[in-house]
Ligand binder design. Structure first.
Ligand SMILES: [Zn+2]
Length: 440
Protein backbone atom coordinates (compact mmCIF):
# COMPACT_ATOMS: atom_id res chain seq x y z
CA UNK A 1 0.00 0.00 0.00
CA UNK A 2 2.77 2.43 1.04
CA UNK A 3 4.68 1.61 -2.11
CA UNK A 4 1.62 2.20 -4.23
CA UNK A 5 1.00 5.58 -2.66
CA UNK A 6 4.52 6.80 -3.15
CA UNK A 7 4.46 5.66 -6.75
CA UNK A 8 1.23 7.55 -7.26
CA UNK A 9 2.76 10.64 -5.74
CA UNK A 10 5.79 10.35 -7.98
CA UNK A 11 3.55 9.98 -10.98
CA UNK A 12 1.64 13.05 -9.96
CA UNK A 13 4.79 15.10 -9.64
CA UNK A 14 6.02 14.04 -13.06
CA UNK A 15 2.54 14.29 -14.50
CA UNK A 16 2.69 17.83 -15.81
CA UNK A 17 5.61 17.16 -18.13
CA UNK A 18 3.97 13.99 -19.37
CA UNK A 19 0.72 15.82 -20.01
CA UNK A 20 2.53 18.50 -22.01
CA UNK A 21 3.95 15.75 -24.15
CA UNK A 22 0.57 14.16 -24.81
CA UNK A 23 -1.81 17.10 -25.02
CA UNK A 24 -1.87 20.78 -25.89
CA UNK A 25 -2.69 23.08 -23.01
CA UNK A 26 -6.31 24.11 -23.42
CA UNK A 27 -6.23 27.81 -24.44
CA UNK A 28 -9.92 28.47 -23.77
CA UNK A 29 -11.67 29.70 -20.65
CA UNK A 30 -14.30 27.24 -19.47
CA UNK A 31 -17.99 27.89 -20.00
CA UNK A 32 -18.76 29.82 -16.82
CA UNK A 33 -15.95 32.32 -17.45
CA UNK A 34 -16.78 32.68 -21.14
CA UNK A 35 -20.47 33.16 -20.44
CA UNK A 36 -19.64 35.91 -17.95
CA UNK A 37 -17.57 37.92 -20.45
CA UNK A 38 -19.30 39.82 -23.26
CA UNK A 39 -17.94 38.37 -26.49
CA UNK A 40 -17.17 41.80 -27.98
CA UNK A 41 -14.91 42.78 -25.10
CA UNK A 42 -12.25 40.14 -24.63
CA UNK A 43 -9.99 40.93 -21.71
CA UNK A 44 -6.44 41.90 -22.60
CA UNK A 45 -4.96 38.73 -21.17
CA UNK A 46 -6.81 36.72 -23.75
CA UNK A 47 -6.17 39.06 -26.63
CA UNK A 48 -4.64 36.30 -28.70
CA UNK A 49 -8.13 34.85 -29.16
CA UNK A 50 -10.67 36.45 -31.46
CA UNK A 51 -14.05 37.48 -29.97
CA UNK A 52 -15.71 34.66 -31.86
CA UNK A 53 -13.35 32.16 -30.32
CA UNK A 54 -13.86 33.61 -26.87
CA UNK A 55 -17.59 34.05 -26.97
CA UNK A 56 -20.43 31.60 -27.01
CA UNK A 57 -21.06 30.07 -30.43
CA UNK A 58 -24.74 29.43 -29.68
CA UNK A 59 -27.85 31.33 -28.69
CA UNK A 60 -29.48 31.02 -25.29
CA UNK A 61 -31.66 28.16 -26.58
CA UNK A 62 -28.56 26.19 -27.63
CA UNK A 63 -29.00 26.89 -31.35
CA UNK A 64 -25.60 27.26 -33.00
CA UNK A 65 -25.03 30.77 -34.41
CA UNK A 66 -25.06 31.04 -38.20
CA UNK A 67 -21.48 32.17 -38.45
CA UNK A 68 -20.23 29.12 -36.59
CA UNK A 69 -22.40 26.76 -38.62
CA UNK A 70 -21.02 28.27 -41.83
CA UNK A 71 -17.47 27.78 -40.62
CA UNK A 72 -18.16 24.13 -39.91
CA UNK A 73 -19.84 23.61 -43.28
CA UNK A 74 -16.98 25.24 -45.17
CA UNK A 75 -14.47 23.14 -43.28
CA UNK A 76 -16.38 19.96 -44.03
CA UNK A 77 -16.25 20.80 -47.73
CA UNK A 78 -12.49 21.44 -47.63
CA UNK A 79 -11.77 18.32 -45.66
CA UNK A 80 -13.89 16.11 -47.90
CA UNK A 81 -11.85 17.29 -50.86
CA UNK A 82 -8.60 16.63 -49.06
CA UNK A 83 -9.85 13.25 -47.98
CA UNK A 84 -10.91 12.17 -51.48
CA UNK A 85 -7.48 13.21 -52.73
CA UNK A 86 -5.78 11.24 -49.97
CA UNK A 87 -7.91 8.17 -50.64
CA UNK A 88 -6.33 7.81 -54.07
CA UNK A 89 -3.25 6.43 -52.38
CA UNK A 90 -4.95 4.67 -49.47
CA UNK A 91 -4.66 0.94 -48.79
CA UNK A 92 -7.18 -0.65 -51.17
CA UNK A 93 -7.59 -3.73 -48.96
CA UNK A 94 -8.43 -2.09 -45.65
CA UNK A 95 -12.21 -2.39 -45.51
CA UNK A 96 -12.67 -1.84 -41.80
CA UNK A 97 -14.85 0.81 -40.21
CA UNK A 98 -11.93 1.58 -37.91
CA UNK A 99 -9.29 2.64 -40.43
CA UNK A 100 -10.62 1.76 -43.86
CA UNK A 101 -13.31 2.06 -46.53
CA UNK A 102 -16.28 1.21 -44.33
CA UNK A 103 -15.38 4.24 -42.22
CA UNK A 104 -15.60 6.39 -45.33
CA UNK A 105 -18.97 4.83 -46.21
CA UNK A 106 -20.17 5.62 -42.68
CA UNK A 107 -19.02 9.21 -43.02
CA UNK A 108 -21.05 9.69 -46.20
CA UNK A 109 -24.01 7.96 -44.61
CA UNK A 110 -23.80 10.45 -41.74
CA UNK A 111 -23.55 13.38 -44.16
CA UNK A 112 -26.66 12.08 -45.90
CA UNK A 113 -28.43 11.85 -42.55
CA UNK A 114 -27.53 15.42 -41.69
CA UNK A 115 -28.13 17.06 -45.08
CA UNK A 116 -30.69 14.70 -46.72
CA UNK A 117 -28.61 15.12 -49.89
CA UNK A 118 -29.00 11.91 -51.89
CA UNK A 119 -25.57 12.25 -53.54
CA UNK A 120 -23.98 11.47 -50.18
CA UNK A 121 -26.00 8.27 -49.93
CA UNK A 122 -24.90 7.24 -53.41
CA UNK A 123 -21.30 8.02 -52.52
CA UNK A 124 -21.68 5.84 -49.44
CA UNK A 125 -23.00 3.08 -51.69
CA UNK A 126 -19.88 3.29 -53.88
CA UNK A 127 -17.70 2.60 -50.87
CA UNK A 128 -20.03 -0.08 -49.53
CA UNK A 129 -19.81 -1.98 -52.84
CA UNK A 130 -16.07 -1.79 -52.67
CA UNK A 131 -15.94 -3.18 -49.12
CA UNK A 132 -18.38 -5.99 -49.87
CA UNK A 133 -16.10 -7.23 -52.65
CA UNK A 134 -13.23 -7.37 -50.18
CA UNK A 135 -14.52 -9.21 -47.10
CA UNK A 136 -11.62 -11.14 -45.67
CA UNK A 137 -13.14 -13.44 -43.07
CA UNK A 138 -10.45 -12.68 -40.52
CA UNK A 139 -12.27 -10.64 -37.89
CA UNK A 140 -15.89 -10.45 -36.82
CA UNK A 141 -16.53 -7.04 -35.26
CA UNK A 142 -18.21 -3.88 -36.48
CA UNK A 143 -15.07 -1.77 -36.16
CA UNK A 144 -12.37 -4.15 -37.35
CA UNK A 145 -14.03 -7.09 -39.03
CA UNK A 146 -16.48 -8.16 -41.72
CA UNK A 147 -19.47 -7.33 -39.54
CA UNK A 148 -18.79 -3.62 -40.16
CA UNK A 149 -19.04 -3.65 -43.97
CA UNK A 150 -22.00 -6.05 -43.81
CA UNK A 151 -23.94 -3.98 -41.27
CA UNK A 152 -23.27 -0.68 -43.03
CA UNK A 153 -24.07 -2.34 -46.37
CA UNK A 154 -27.41 -3.58 -45.02
CA UNK A 155 -28.32 -0.07 -43.86
CA UNK A 156 -27.24 1.73 -47.05
CA UNK A 157 -29.15 -0.73 -49.28
CA UNK A 158 -32.14 -0.44 -46.96
CA UNK A 159 -32.16 3.34 -47.32
CA UNK A 160 -31.99 2.92 -51.10
CA UNK A 161 -34.90 0.48 -50.90
CA UNK A 162 -32.77 -2.32 -52.34
CA UNK A 163 -34.27 -4.88 -50.00
CA UNK A 164 -32.79 -7.95 -51.65
CA UNK A 165 -29.21 -6.67 -51.31
CA UNK A 166 -29.87 -5.43 -47.79
CA UNK A 167 -31.19 -8.83 -46.75
CA UNK A 168 -28.21 -10.54 -48.32
CA UNK A 169 -25.91 -8.46 -46.11
CA UNK A 170 -27.88 -9.40 -43.00
CA UNK A 171 -27.81 -13.10 -43.91
CA UNK A 172 -24.03 -12.97 -44.24
CA UNK A 173 -23.77 -11.00 -41.01
CA UNK A 174 -25.74 -13.68 -39.17
CA UNK A 175 -23.57 -16.41 -40.68
CA UNK A 176 -20.68 -15.05 -38.66
CA UNK A 177 -22.57 -15.75 -35.47
CA UNK A 178 -21.65 -19.41 -35.12
CA UNK A 179 -18.02 -18.53 -34.52
CA UNK A 180 -19.02 -15.87 -31.99
CA UNK A 181 -21.08 -18.05 -29.69
CA UNK A 182 -18.92 -21.17 -29.96
CA UNK A 183 -17.86 -22.11 -26.44
CA UNK A 184 -14.47 -23.47 -27.50
CA UNK A 185 -13.52 -20.34 -29.37
CA UNK A 186 -10.75 -18.16 -27.97
CA UNK A 187 -12.49 -15.02 -29.22
CA UNK A 188 -12.22 -12.15 -26.72
CA UNK A 189 -15.29 -10.25 -25.55
CA UNK A 190 -14.16 -6.65 -26.11
CA UNK A 191 -15.41 -4.17 -28.66
CA UNK A 192 -12.62 -4.00 -31.23
CA UNK A 193 -12.05 -7.68 -31.90
CA UNK A 194 -14.48 -9.59 -29.77
CA UNK A 195 -18.09 -10.52 -29.11
CA UNK A 196 -19.20 -7.07 -27.98
CA UNK A 197 -17.99 -5.73 -31.33
CA UNK A 198 -20.17 -8.25 -33.16
CA UNK A 199 -23.10 -7.39 -30.89
CA UNK A 200 -22.56 -3.75 -31.88
CA UNK A 201 -23.12 -4.68 -35.53
CA UNK A 202 -26.38 -6.50 -34.76
CA UNK A 203 -27.70 -3.62 -32.66
CA UNK A 204 -26.59 -1.07 -35.25
CA UNK A 205 -28.66 -2.84 -37.91
CA UNK A 206 -31.73 -3.16 -35.69
CA UNK A 207 -31.46 0.48 -34.57
CA UNK A 208 -31.17 1.74 -38.15
CA UNK A 209 -33.64 -0.60 -39.83
CA UNK A 210 -36.13 -1.37 -37.09
CA UNK A 211 -36.30 -4.01 -34.36
CA UNK A 212 -37.41 -6.80 -36.69
CA UNK A 213 -34.35 -6.55 -38.94
CA UNK A 214 -32.28 -8.92 -36.79
CA UNK A 215 -34.00 -11.74 -34.94
CA UNK A 216 -34.02 -11.44 -31.16
CA UNK A 217 -32.63 -14.91 -30.61
CA UNK A 218 -29.44 -14.01 -32.51
CA UNK A 219 -28.90 -11.05 -30.18
CA UNK A 220 -29.69 -13.14 -27.13
CA UNK A 221 -27.22 -15.87 -27.99
CA UNK A 222 -24.40 -13.36 -28.33
CA UNK A 223 -25.37 -11.57 -25.12
CA UNK A 224 -25.49 -14.91 -23.27
CA UNK A 225 -22.05 -15.85 -24.57
CA UNK A 226 -20.63 -12.52 -23.32
CA UNK A 227 -22.22 -12.97 -19.89
CA UNK A 228 -21.07 -16.59 -19.55
CA UNK A 229 -17.55 -15.61 -20.47
CA UNK A 230 -17.53 -12.79 -17.90
CA UNK A 231 -18.85 -15.08 -15.18
CA UNK A 232 -16.27 -17.75 -15.95
CA UNK A 233 -13.32 -15.38 -15.65
CA UNK A 234 -14.75 -13.82 -12.50
CA UNK A 235 -14.98 -17.29 -10.89
CA UNK A 236 -11.50 -18.20 -12.05
CA UNK A 237 -10.08 -15.02 -10.53
CA UNK A 238 -12.18 -15.47 -7.39
CA UNK A 239 -13.95 -12.16 -7.85
CA UNK A 240 -17.50 -13.46 -8.15
CA UNK A 241 -18.59 -11.37 -5.16
CA UNK A 242 -17.00 -8.07 -6.09
CA UNK A 243 -17.00 -8.14 -9.88
CA UNK A 244 -19.40 -10.81 -11.20
CA UNK A 245 -18.54 -10.07 -14.85
CA UNK A 246 -14.81 -9.87 -15.46
CA UNK A 247 -13.13 -9.64 -18.85
CA UNK A 248 -9.64 -9.68 -20.26
CA UNK A 249 -7.86 -9.12 -23.53
CA UNK A 250 -4.40 -10.59 -24.10
CA UNK A 251 -4.49 -11.76 -20.46
CA UNK A 252 -4.93 -8.26 -19.11
CA UNK A 253 -8.05 -6.89 -17.49
CA UNK A 254 -8.48 -3.73 -19.49
CA UNK A 255 -10.83 -1.00 -18.36
CA UNK A 256 -11.37 1.25 -21.40
CA UNK A 257 -13.92 1.31 -24.18
CA UNK A 258 -11.92 -0.40 -26.94
CA UNK A 259 -10.48 -3.46 -25.21
CA UNK A 260 -11.94 -3.31 -21.80
CA UNK A 261 -14.89 -3.69 -19.56
CA UNK A 262 -16.29 -0.18 -20.12
CA UNK A 263 -17.03 -1.06 -23.75
CA UNK A 264 -18.52 -4.45 -22.86
CA UNK A 265 -20.75 -3.15 -20.02
CA UNK A 266 -21.83 -0.29 -22.28
CA UNK A 267 -23.04 -2.80 -24.87
CA UNK A 268 -24.79 -4.98 -22.27
CA UNK A 269 -26.72 -1.93 -21.03
CA UNK A 270 -28.12 -1.07 -24.47
CA UNK A 271 -31.92 -1.44 -24.40
CA UNK A 272 -31.78 -3.33 -27.72
CA UNK A 273 -29.50 -5.96 -26.14
CA UNK A 274 -32.51 -6.88 -23.95
CA UNK A 275 -30.47 -8.04 -20.98
CA UNK A 276 -32.95 -8.90 -18.22
CA UNK A 277 -33.30 -6.58 -15.26
CA UNK A 278 -31.98 -9.12 -12.77
CA UNK A 279 -28.75 -9.63 -14.70
CA UNK A 280 -28.34 -5.88 -15.05
CA UNK A 281 -28.82 -5.29 -11.33
CA UNK A 282 -27.06 -8.36 -9.96
CA UNK A 283 -24.18 -8.70 -12.40
CA UNK A 284 -23.58 -5.63 -14.55
CA UNK A 285 -24.10 -2.96 -11.89
CA UNK A 286 -21.74 -4.37 -9.22
CA UNK A 287 -19.11 -4.95 -11.90
CA UNK A 288 -19.38 -1.30 -12.99
CA UNK A 289 -19.13 -0.21 -9.36
CA UNK A 290 -16.05 -2.38 -8.87
CA UNK A 291 -14.44 -0.71 -11.87
CA UNK A 292 -15.40 2.75 -10.62
CA UNK A 293 -13.37 2.17 -7.48
CA UNK A 294 -10.26 1.90 -9.63
CA UNK A 295 -10.50 5.42 -10.95
CA UNK A 296 -7.78 7.94 -10.21
CA UNK A 297 -8.23 10.90 -7.93
CA UNK A 298 -8.13 13.13 -11.03
CA UNK A 299 -11.35 11.53 -12.27
CA UNK A 300 -9.55 9.68 -15.07
CA UNK A 301 -9.53 5.90 -15.37
CA UNK A 302 -6.59 3.47 -15.63
CA UNK A 303 -6.03 1.46 -18.79
CA UNK A 304 -6.27 -1.81 -16.86
CA UNK A 305 -7.26 -2.86 -13.34
CA UNK A 306 -3.60 -3.31 -12.38
CA UNK A 307 -2.32 -0.09 -13.94
CA UNK A 308 -1.40 2.75 -11.58
CA UNK A 309 -0.43 5.36 -14.15
CA UNK A 310 -2.78 8.27 -14.76
CA UNK A 311 -1.58 8.95 -18.28
CA UNK A 312 -3.94 8.26 -21.17
CA UNK A 313 -7.02 10.38 -21.91
CA UNK A 314 -8.26 8.52 -25.00
CA UNK A 315 -11.50 6.90 -26.04
CA UNK A 316 -9.67 3.56 -26.08
CA UNK A 317 -8.01 3.99 -22.68
CA UNK A 318 -9.26 6.48 -20.12
CA UNK A 319 -12.08 8.87 -19.28
CA UNK A 320 -13.28 9.62 -22.86
CA UNK A 321 -14.37 5.97 -23.27
CA UNK A 322 -15.52 5.28 -19.72
CA UNK A 323 -17.76 8.37 -19.75
CA UNK A 324 -20.13 6.67 -22.23
CA UNK A 325 -20.50 3.69 -19.90
CA UNK A 326 -21.22 6.00 -16.97
CA UNK A 327 -23.86 7.92 -18.93
CA UNK A 328 -25.51 4.66 -19.95
CA UNK A 329 -25.39 3.42 -16.33
CA UNK A 330 -27.11 6.65 -15.29
CA UNK A 331 -29.86 6.08 -17.87
CA UNK A 332 -30.37 2.45 -16.85
CA UNK A 333 -29.99 2.61 -13.04
CA UNK A 334 -31.05 6.26 -12.51
CA UNK A 335 -28.45 6.90 -9.82
CA UNK A 336 -26.88 10.36 -9.64
CA UNK A 337 -23.40 9.03 -8.84
CA UNK A 338 -22.98 7.83 -12.42
CA UNK A 339 -23.86 11.21 -13.89
CA UNK A 340 -21.63 13.00 -11.39
CA UNK A 341 -18.67 10.84 -12.36
CA UNK A 342 -19.42 11.28 -16.05
CA UNK A 343 -19.22 15.04 -15.48
CA UNK A 344 -15.91 14.56 -13.70
CA UNK A 345 -14.63 12.56 -16.69
CA UNK A 346 -15.67 15.51 -18.84
CA UNK A 347 -13.56 17.87 -16.69
CA UNK A 348 -10.50 15.64 -17.18
CA UNK A 349 -11.10 15.56 -20.93
CA UNK A 350 -11.49 19.34 -21.06
CA UNK A 351 -8.17 19.81 -19.24
CA UNK A 352 -6.11 17.06 -20.83
CA UNK A 353 -7.95 15.99 -23.96
CA UNK A 354 -6.55 18.17 -26.78
CA UNK A 355 -4.29 15.35 -27.83
CA UNK A 356 -1.15 15.76 -29.85
CA UNK A 357 -1.79 12.39 -31.49
CA UNK A 358 -4.15 13.94 -34.02
CA UNK A 359 -7.75 14.05 -35.10
CA UNK A 360 -9.01 10.49 -34.74
CA UNK A 361 -11.89 9.14 -32.74
CA UNK A 362 -10.02 6.34 -30.95
CA UNK A 363 -7.02 8.17 -29.57
CA UNK A 364 -7.40 11.63 -30.99
CA UNK A 365 -9.11 14.88 -30.17
CA UNK A 366 -12.29 14.15 -32.15
CA UNK A 367 -13.17 11.18 -29.95
CA UNK A 368 -12.57 13.32 -26.90
CA UNK A 369 -14.72 16.16 -28.23
CA UNK A 370 -17.43 13.63 -28.94
CA UNK A 371 -17.83 12.92 -25.22
CA UNK A 372 -18.91 16.55 -24.67
CA UNK A 373 -21.62 16.19 -27.29
CA UNK A 374 -22.90 13.01 -25.70
CA UNK A 375 -23.02 14.65 -22.30
CA UNK A 376 -24.82 17.65 -23.79
CA UNK A 377 -27.43 15.37 -25.36
CA UNK A 378 -27.96 13.73 -21.98
CA UNK A 379 -28.01 16.79 -19.72
CA UNK A 380 -28.86 19.70 -22.07
CA UNK A 381 -26.31 21.65 -20.03
CA UNK A 382 -24.81 24.17 -22.47
CA UNK A 383 -21.45 23.92 -20.76
CA UNK A 384 -20.89 20.70 -22.70
CA UNK A 385 -22.05 22.14 -26.00
CA UNK A 386 -19.61 25.00 -25.38
CA UNK A 387 -16.77 22.57 -24.72
CA UNK A 388 -17.57 20.59 -27.89
CA UNK A 389 -17.54 23.77 -29.99
CA UNK A 390 -14.22 24.90 -28.50
CA UNK A 391 -12.62 21.54 -29.20
CA UNK A 392 -13.70 21.95 -32.81
CA UNK A 393 -12.12 25.40 -32.90
CA UNK A 394 -8.95 24.08 -31.33
CA UNK A 395 -8.73 21.39 -34.00
CA UNK A 396 -9.49 23.40 -37.08
CA UNK A 397 -8.94 27.08 -36.57
CA UNK A 398 -6.81 28.26 -33.70
CA UNK A 399 -4.66 25.14 -33.38
CA UNK A 400 -1.86 26.01 -30.96
CA UNK A 401 0.71 24.39 -33.20
CA UNK A 402 0.66 22.18 -36.24
CA UNK A 403 -1.55 19.13 -35.90
CA UNK A 404 -0.50 15.88 -37.51
CA UNK A 405 -1.92 15.94 -41.02
CA UNK A 406 -3.08 12.49 -41.92
CA UNK A 407 -6.07 11.38 -43.90
CA UNK A 408 -8.81 9.16 -42.55
CA UNK A 409 -10.44 10.05 -39.33
CA UNK A 410 -10.05 13.81 -39.28
CA UNK A 411 -13.35 14.31 -40.97
CA UNK A 412 -15.28 12.77 -38.15
CA UNK A 413 -15.26 15.68 -35.79
CA UNK A 414 -16.98 17.83 -38.35
CA UNK A 415 -19.82 15.44 -38.87
CA UNK A 416 -19.91 14.47 -35.22
CA UNK A 417 -20.07 18.04 -34.03
CA UNK A 418 -22.65 18.83 -36.63
CA UNK A 419 -25.07 16.25 -35.41
CA UNK A 420 -23.25 13.97 -33.08
CA UNK A 421 -25.60 11.06 -32.97
CA UNK A 422 -23.89 8.38 -34.95
CA UNK A 423 -21.30 6.40 -33.09
CA UNK A 424 -18.72 5.80 -35.73
CA UNK A 425 -15.23 5.43 -34.49
CA UNK A 426 -12.10 5.51 -36.49
CA UNK A 427 -8.57 6.51 -36.00
CA UNK A 428 -5.91 8.11 -38.07
CA UNK A 429 -3.47 5.28 -37.63
CA UNK A 430 -3.35 2.66 -40.29
CA UNK A 431 -0.93 0.16 -38.87
CA UNK A 432 0.14 -1.48 -35.67
CA UNK A 433 -2.95 -0.38 -33.89
CA UNK A 434 -3.13 -3.60 -31.96
CA UNK A 435 0.32 -3.03 -30.57
CA UNK A 436 -0.32 0.61 -29.85
CA UNK A 437 -3.44 -0.30 -27.93
CA UNK A 438 -1.77 -2.71 -25.59
CA UNK A 439 -0.57 -0.77 -22.64
CA UNK A 440 2.38 -2.14 -20.77
ZN1 LIG B 1 -7.02 4.09 -29.54
Amino acid sequence: MGETMSRRLKLQLGGDADMEERAFPNPFPDYEAAAAVPAEEPPRARSQLTPDELGLPFHSDGKIINNFTRRIQTKIKDLLQQMEEGLKTADPHDCSAYTGWTGIALLYLQLYRVTCDQTYLLRSLDYVKRTLRNLNGRRVTFLCGDAGPLAVGAVVYHKLRSDYESQECITKLLQLQRAIVCRDSDLPDELLQGRAGYLYALLYVSTEMGPGAVCGSAVKEVVDAIIESGKALSREEKKAERCPLLYQWHRKQYVGAAHGMAGIYYMLMQPAAKVDQETLTEMVKPSIDYMRHKRFRSGNYPSSLSNETDRLVHWCHGAPGVIHMLMQAYKVFKEEKYLKEAMECSDVIWQRGLLRKGYGICHGTAGNGYSFLSLYHLTRDKKYLYRACKVWLALFTSSPTSWPQRHHGFQHLNSALHRGIQRCKKTTERSNWTRSHRVA
